[in-house]
Design a protein around this ligand. Sequence first.
Ligand SMILES: Cc1cc2nc3c(=O)[nH]c(=O)nc-3n(C[C@H](O)[C@H](O)[C@H](O)COP(=O)(O)OP(=O)(O)OC[C@H]3O[C@@H](n4cnc5c(N)ncnc54)[C@H](O)[C@@H]3O)c2cc1C
Length: 365
Amino acid sequence: MSEKITVIGGGAVGCFAAITAVLEGLDVIVIDPRGPMGGAASRSAGIVTVQLDERTDVLLVLGSLRLLGEVASTSAVRTGFLQIGRMEDLSESVEAMNQADVRYELFYKDDVRYRWPNLHVDEEEVSIYTDLDLAVEPTILASEASEKLSELGVRVIRDEVVSMRTSQDVVSELTLSSGERMKVERVILAAGAHNNVLLGQLGLQLRVQVITCYAYKFDLGSPTNLPCFSDERLHSYWRPWNTMMVGGGYDAEWAVRPCYEHREPPRAYVERSLRMLRYRVRTNVTPKALSSLSGPCEITEDLEPYLGTVEGLSNLVVAGGLRGYGLMRGPKLGEMAYCIAVGKRPSLDVERYGLQRLLTSHGRG
Ligand SMILES: Cc1cc2nc3c(=O)[nH]c(=O)nc-3n(C[C@H](O)[C@H](O)[C@H](O)COP(=O)(O)OP(=O)(O)OC[C@H]3O[C@@H](n4cnc5c(N)ncnc54)[C@H](O)[C@@H]3O)c2cc1C
């Protein structure tokens, strides 16, 4: 009989932990009341870019691009990504890409105008272009991920884990909200902003905060033919999708608890993002605000993700802390969570992601 692994949460992390595990021959169960990629992942703005500020993050995204490529067909378009700003605004990510051996091009105002006539870049600004990056439509990705899991024989249970029972040094049983109890062998906890709620039942708390992130969809009336881009001066980020631009001004608020219900953002947020979009993208018609996206994300005190085992619970791996950058970093983090769960060495050095640094209490027993 094959080994069994149970993944709590089928989001950006859990879904790809499950896919990796089943491809390695394990018997895999995913438990998620919202279905695969149905939590924060489905509300994401859908930008996957290698242009991040830190080498390991860039490597995480490179890994995620490969994993997403195995699932996403119609949900992802390789648009590339353009980062616009003053050279000093872009230098950290340029250095991170150099360290990760990622190829990029430096464009000046006229290069950008030639390639994307609608995109506005100021005289003193430069742009960095990478061509690997994706524009992803997360709702389509969610359907593709569901199909992939079912095709691979992963059992998906659309229910919520309400408690975890331990026995000696392992998590031995999960209880679902339906009342069903499940014996478990190995567990990956990838419930995103809910990880801390479940860890709390084990007497553990991580120093993480929950935030509600917002993004917006604007209709420009005709296809934009733009790449994904970020504006490092006004601080906004954008993804093209047909006639739409999706993104905004990185708006987020502290939340007391994770909320998956749609929360309408304050009008001022939408208007500010619209102004940012209009500054960069010149159109004949005024972009129309179509709808907004909102969802819970987790943020750690040092802004780094976490990944590792819990001391004293040998069969539990916990992964998360991805902030608003989890669609792009989560799949690779999920793959590495699987590696740790089965005692394999993860392909990236993730020592500094260890849970120990974030634990505020260790009251098990
Ligand atoms: C508005 C917005 C815009 C964003 N834009 C981007 C972007 O452009 N690019 C990017 O990379 N990232 C973006 N993100 C961030 C990204 O969505 C998250 O970082 C990522 O989804 C986190 O992955 P995760 O697997 O940790 O959590 P999630 O994707 O939230 O997955 C966790 C899963 O656990 C499930 N769950 C919760 N509790 C339980 C329980 N008790 N039992 C079982 N299952 C449970 C949830 O239903 C959920 O599906 C954005 C997020 C938001 C909200």
